[in-house]
Design a protein around this ligand. Structure first.
Ligand code: ADP
Ligand code: MG
Length: 287
């Protein structure tokens, strides 16, 4: 009779062997991870995310985390009795809104991520686009309607390269212009710019769907692979939060990132599955 324990350990050895060529290939490479959605909201998924990121660092990758904080910003604004408004999916941000957004993003969301990574055994450093002049921001094209929402003009990756050698950089997607005005920046857009400027080896966007759906109403219409040209040609038909994600994939690849992935962050250890198994999950975009 076969020993069930032996069967289990064979499976584990197989998993390790499957990961080995990936670990070799990724050693010393940078991977930009846009963190958000359920993976940031649910306690168990937060723990899994931190475990995964720390493991990446241990096996020789340089993870760079970029995050937003949408739902937390909304809930703190509501607690303060402030009006929450969106215009075409973008948060309408007066100076007071940006002040609260920055406080929540850095004082709460960012520091929680940093503390968790530290607790799991790899030192992380939190920063926003204003630290080390990381992002140069200018007003969004719809600034008249949305207020202090910014586009990133330039990323200065010097500060990131220094930090990423020894620490895990955790970037809150906010920045300032030359006059010192602060802006909200879409976290997908920020992650795409960071990946493009480094350039990263990979960019991974965690989200609350299985990936890019050709028909948003049909989960079985997942696009598992697309080239940047295919994505660009179809951007016009993509709405909602998927649009900036796909634009960010295109930006990353055009800047020299080898592949960009939109991955279901509701699934435990989705990062490890994407990076270290033959299966690959979600949507992959390449040049
Ligand atoms: P996050 O940025 O936190 O990952 P968003 O809500 O900004 O989440 O963006 C993801 C959302 O985009 C999905 O949950 C889905 O509702 C929406 N969406 C719109 N069009 C598509 C599409 N074609 N495929 C997949 N998701 C889409
Ligand atoms: Mg979004």
């Amino acid at each position: 009779m076969s020993d069930p324990r032996a069967e289990g350990s064979e499976l584990r050895v197989e998993t390790l062997l499957e990961a080995l060529p990936y670990i070799r290939q990724f050693h010393g490479r940078t991977v930009v991870i846009k963190y958000g959605g359920a993976a940031m909201r649910e306690e168990r998924l937060r723990e899994d995310f931190a475990t995964d990121v720390v493991l990446l660092k241990y096996v020789g990758l340089n993870p760079v985390i970029v995050h937003g904080g949408g739902p937390d910003i909304t809930s703190y604004m509501e607690r303060l009795g402030m009006e929450v408004r969106f215009h075409e999916g973008v948060r309408v941000s007066d100076a007071e809104t940006v002040e609260v957004a920055k406080m929540v993003l850095l004082g709460k969301v960012n520091s929680d991520i940093v503390a968790r990574l530290n607790r799991h055994g790899q030192p992380a450093v939190g920063l926003s686009g204003e630290d080390g002049g990381l992002f140069a921001v200018r007003p969004h094209e719809k600034a008249a309607d949305v207020g202090f929402v910014g586009d990133i003009e330039r990323v200065d990756v010097d500060v990131l390269n220094h930090i990423a050698e020894d620490y895990i950089p955790v970037i809150a997607s906010a920045g300032a212009d030359e006059q010192g005005n602060s802006y909200n920046v879409n976290a997908d857009t920020a992650a795409g710019k960071v990946a493009a400027t480094l350039p990263a080896h990979k960019a991974i966007f965690l989200t609350d769907v299985t990936g890019w759906l050709a028909d948003p109403g049909r989960p079985e219409s997942l696009v598992s692979y697309a080239t940047v040209d295919e994505v660009s040609a179809r951007l016009g038909e993509v709405a909602g939060g998927m649009r900036p994600k796909l634009e960010a994939c295109v930006e990353a690849i055009r800047g020299g990132t080898e592949s960009a992935h939109i991955v279901d962050g509701r699934r435990s250890h989705s990062l490890l599955l994407e990076l270290f198994t033959d299966a690959g999950i979600g949507t992959m975009v390449t040049g």
